[in-house]
Design a protein around this ligand. Structure first.
Ligand SMILES: Cc1ncc(COP(=O)(O)O)c(C=O)c1O
Length: 425
């Protein structure tokens, strides 16, 4: 579908309104009473853009913004619950059992967030005060988790340089491993953390060959490997393998249910049985022992079992958007389309006069000129990102049609920017 064919003129909009009115009366309801159509398909709560809002929002800030739809809410409402701190919540137990199977791990634990899950993993792997972990310098764990591993777990970090594909150089890693322990000068190297897909690097998928070599080096030095797999299901879909094929190279993994998979809350931490037994204790110490959390786990089970198949759609939409960035005339945008492997697109602006923050502001605002030119206003929400880039993320609530509307807006903003530039000359 071309961006042009999606342009909705005021007349078309009026026709839509009339059609909606007819539908309402035919079904014995007024248009006002009629609820916006839901995408029952993937159980999302978002209405279709064919509803009559004069301003439509396409939210590409993060895959954490999804809202549970009717089927997920129903599963939550009907969940059997018990006290999970006593191990008595059947819905939590069922989610943990399924996660164990899907990830090919011995045991799994439902925790409130990805941040807590990573912190618990660090606490359990690095048990002696001052133990050291090795992390990528652009990893979520290192950049965005408030230094919780130092602040709360007493764990020291050393970094390796995150490469553009989310991996790091294994020789550099080897050079960072401490060999002096128990000499009193040195901490003890215990853990290596990887992130898959890599958030800051734009949803990059770690190659299986990298993970294999990393694991073999870790085994040589007696280190544990933890994967921050907040989006590992995206990686599995992109690589066309079951997640267990990726996770065989890790001792433990943290998988978020509340990102692309669409659950409102929750992360699974998985690993060996004795690791999870210790993780249960750490979770309680951090205040993450929840009680009748089956209400949340019911959504998590739906996310894990029903939402993985559709991640492909997010990847396809992200790629279409990246291609449109590249082909935009006037050529305002710069993107490496080969680096768009999953649901995240990182791009930059060729004109330094237009900052990422100003660009995001323009994408998010609707002015009269846009409504006149395009027949409708579209707010496209994105965030300025690391290194002067902009990040856009696809998820459950962004359809192919939304993607085309966002592309249309990209063109409009580029055109507008060039016209302003000419006027200023
Ligand atoms: C790669 C990665 N790890 C961990 C997290 C933390 O997850 P949460 O927001 O559930 O704490 C995020 C959040 O965006 C993430 O992108």
């Amino acid at each position: 579908m071309s961006a042009k064919s999606l342009t909705i003129s005021s007349r078309a909009l009026l026709q839509l309104v009339n059609r909606a009115a007819k539908y309402g009366s035919r079904h014995g309801r007024s248009t006002v009473e009629r609820r916006p159509p839901v995408r029952a398909y993937y159980e999302t709560a978002k209405a279709s853009s064919a509803s009559i809002d004069p301003v439509w929002t396409v939210d590409l800030r993060s895959d954490t913004v999804t809202k549970p739809g009717p089927a997920m809410r129903q599963a939550m409402a009907e969940a059997q619950v018990g006290d999970d701190v006593f191990g008595e919540d059947p819905t939590v137990n069922e989610l943990q059992r399924r996660a164990t199977d899907i990830f090919g791990m011995e045991a799994a634990l439902f925790v409130p967030s990805g941040t807590m899950s990573n912190l618990i993993a660090v606490m359990v792997h690095c048990r002696e005060r001052g133990d050291e972990m090795i992390v990528g310098d652009l990893s979520h764990l290192h950049i965005y988790e408030q230094g919780g591993s130092a602040q709360l777990a007493g764990v020291h970090s050393t970094t390796v340089t995150t490469l553009p594909d989310g991996t790091f150089d294994l020789e550099q890693l080897e050079s960072k491993i401490r060999h002096g322990y128990p000499d009193a000068h040195y901490p003890r190297s215990r853990l290596v953390c990887v992130e898959n897909t890599h958030n800051i690097q734009g949803g990059r998928v770690l190659p299986l060959s990298f993970l294999r070599e990393l694991r073999s080096m870790a085994d040589r030095y007696g280190l544990a490997v933890h994967m921050d797999g907040a989006r590992v299901m995206n990686a599995a879909v992109a690589q066309g393998v079951p997640p267990s094929v990726i996770l065989q190279h890790c001792h433990t993994v943290s998988v978020c249910l509340s990102k692309g998979l669409g659950a409102p809350v929750g992360t699974i931490l998985a690993g060996p049985k004795d690791f999870i037994q210790r993780a249960v204790r750490a979770r309680k110490a951090l205040g993450g022992g929840m009680r009748q959390s089956g209400i949340l786990a019911a959504a998590g089970t739906l996310a894990l079992t029903k939402m993985v198949g559709r991640l492909e759609e997010d990847h396809r939409n992200a790629k279409a958007f990246a291609q449109a960035l590249l082909e935009c005339d006037p050529p305002l945008y710069q993107v490496d389309t080969a680096a768009v492997e999953t649901n995240i697109v990182r791009f930059s602006l060729r004109d330094p006069l237009l900052t990422p923050a100003e660009f995001c502001r323009r994408m998010a605002e609707v002015e009269e000129g846009e409504v006149r030119a395009l027949g409708r206003g579209v707010r496209v929400l994105m965030f300025p990102h690391v290194g002067g880039s902009v990040r856009a993320v696809w998820h459950l609530d962004v359809t192919e049609e939304d993607t085309q509307l966002a592309i249309q807006k990209l063109h409009f903003v580029a055109q507008q920017h060039v016209e302003e530039h000419h006027r200023a000359q």
